[in-house]
Ligand binder design. Structure first.
Ligand SMILES: Cc1ncc(COP(=O)(O)O)c(C=O)c1O
Length: 420
């Protein structure tokens, strides 16, 4: 089991939070960083700073060794080998690389299937590529509120579907989709399977071999790693098949006046000087998470969301509307809501509170830091019939007291803003 008080001691920023009474609940956007991650970055700059894969001098070799070992360590964390991991800036870049690479080997009229639960970074890159190549982008029907599973996917496939790209966990609803047997079925049909792991890899055990995905994107900064870090996992076969994404140094073996020869994967996709200290910091983050145990992290967040859903039922507030599945078994530590009259009255004002006001007031009144807006998931927000929501997202250093503070802030805002 997780000891939240002990964990908090490892994060320097919580000293400030304790002083100022801040409760950080925007972990789906990015997480705080433990001392070990900060130290690993500082240590790199203080002792080993140099470029990688170039210098044959002492610190150049040390930097390369640290960078390569980091890749191996991060790969192991998701059940992969070092060569399967491409370092990128974030999950968004991983998905842009994916869309660009896969669409380039598709034919006119072929289709990509996604869901309305997707973050914009698993929609817009496909839209950009689809427009260039006359590829169809289809959305799973009836997938707005349901947990996505093979049955639902199968119903939405067509003869032209070549790629299915889905989030393992929704950043807005907290739904953990049932992707267990999806990879196997899609492989049998010759369809590529892409997983957006941005909200799953930091929060639960994820093994790419069990998922049987062809590609998986995830963000390092959402799992205690430094900003500007992320990874794309790909099978050797698919990474070899996809053309390079950007050209320049690092990603080539030979360059002539009229052509070039790509480097092997994963360097083939890593043009230019990489975020070396970021990779080293992310490796330290993986060590930290491994020590706590991903099963324990999932159990901890399941406990928190169970408590939140129970408190919501107990409080039975007139003006609190929340979204997402009620079964904690497949709900992440994400609570998205609005403060609005469930049945709107005839007053022009006082029926609802704008989510930006919720976020602003929660901070001012209770020091509770929430995200507000469409959470880069506009199709889902529209499907919910609203223009924006407020979102609290929890991690290893949050506990039930933080959930209580959330409800205290919601109750105070409701009292002040909703006309009875
Ligand atoms: C489900 C999901 N996918 C992708 C992303 C994009 O991640 P990044 O900001 O690291 O590019 C996010 C970020 O919130 C997300 O929640």
């Amino acid at each position: 089991m997780i000891n939240v008080d002990e964990i908090r001691k490892d994060f320097p920023i919580f000293k400030r939070f304790e002083r100022e009474g801040i409760v950080y609940l925007d972990n789906a956007a990015t997480t705080q960083k433990p001392r070990s991650v900060i130290d690993s970055v500082v240590n790199f700059y203080e002792n080993h700073n140099s470029n990688v894969h170039r210098g044959v001098y002492r610190i150049g070799e040390e930097a390369t060794e640290l960078y390569n070992r980091s890749r191996e360590n991060i790969a192991k964390f998701v059940g992969a080998k070092a060569n399967n991991i491409v370092f990128v800036r974030n999950a968004t870049e991983a998905l842009n690389l994916t869309a660009s690479g896969l669409v380039s080997v598709m034919g006119e009229g072929d289709e990509v299937l996604v869901s309305r639960m997707e973050h914009h970074s698993n929609i817009v890159p496909w839209q950009i590529q689809a427009a260039n190549r006359k590829i169809g982008l289809k959305f799973i029907e009836n997938g707005e509120r349901e947990r996505i599973n093979w049955k639902l996917i199968e119903e939405n496939l067509s003869e032209r579907t070549k790629v299915v790209s889905l989030t393992q966990c929704s950043n807005i609803l907290g739904t953990i989709n049932d992707l267990n047997d999806v990879g196997m079925h899609l492989h049998n049909l010759g369809i590529k399977f892409v997983v957006d792991g941005a909200q799953s890899v930091p929060h639960m055990p994820v093994d790419v071999k069990k998922l049987k995905c062809d590609l998986m994107a995830f963000s390092g900064h959402k799992m205690l790693g430094p900003s500007g870090t992320g990874c794309l996992y790909g099978t050797e076969e698919i990474l070899n098949e996809m053309p390079p994404y950007m050209g320049g140094g690092e990603m080539i073996r030979e360059v002539y006046e009229d052509h070039f020869v790509s480097a092997e994967v994963p360097e083939k996709f890593e043009a230019g000087t990489p975020n070396i200290e970021g990779a080293i910091g992310l490796s330290a983050a993986v060590d930290y998470l491994r020590k706590i145990g991903m099963e324990n992290i999932r159990d901890h967040e399941k406990e928190i969301i169970s408590y939140i859903l129970k408190r919501e039922d107990e409080l039975n507030m007139d003006d609190l509307v929340s979204y997402g599945p009620r079964d904690p078994e497949y709900r992440a530590g994400i609570f998205t809501f609005n403060i609005k009259k469930k049945v709107e009255g005839d007053r022009p004002f006082g029926n609802e509170v704008h989510p930006h006001d919720i976020s602003h007031m929660a901070d001012k009144i209770e020091g509770v830091e929430l995200r507000s807006g469409h959470h880069c998931a506009m199709p889902m927000t529209v499907a919910l019939g609203v223009y924006a929501t407020a979102r609290a997202s929890f991690y290893i250093y949050n506990d039930m007291k933080d959930a209580d503070r959330l409800f205290e802030s919601i109750q105070k805002i409701e009292k002040r803003m909703i006309v009875k």
